[in-house]
Design a protein around this ligand. Structure first.
Ligand code: ZN
Ligand code: ZN
Length: 109
């Protein structure tokens, strides 16, 4: 099954395995001929482009990352939402959380 978009009438139609590998656009007044192998090639290219765009890279050193939330293997920076976090930032956040917890503990007891 392959979704084909006609460049002439801009209509989309579904090609199934029962259809011939090449043929006329199903739109009545349209004389465009499709070649399903070309269309499959086009959609594969499109998919490859999308997956390369989805890959993340370390903003610090440019190394490829497995996900948006991970630690860079080459420079050791923590990447959170594609932003590098220095260790000092993490310590600052940890201290902040402790201060807030201490405040609540005091307030509640
Ligand atoms: Zn057409
Ligand atoms: Zn890095």
């Amino acid at each position: 099954m392959q979704k084909i978009t006609c460049p002439k009438c801009a209509k989309q139609f579904i090609w199934t395995d029962d259809n011939p590998p090449g043929g006329k656009c199903p739109t009545t007044n349209c004389d465009w001929y499709y070649d399903v192998r070309k269309e499959i090639g086009k959609s594969l290219e499109k998919r490859a482009g999308e997956s390369s765009r989805a890959a993340f890279s370390c903003p610090g050193c440019g190394a490829a990352l497995a996900s948006r939330w991970s630690r860079c293997k080459s420079c050791g920076a923590w990447i959170m939402a594609s932003r590098p976090w220095k260790k000092s930032h993490l310590i600052f956040i940890a201290v902040l959380v402790l201060v807030i917890l201490a405040f609540f503990y005091r307030y509640l007891s």
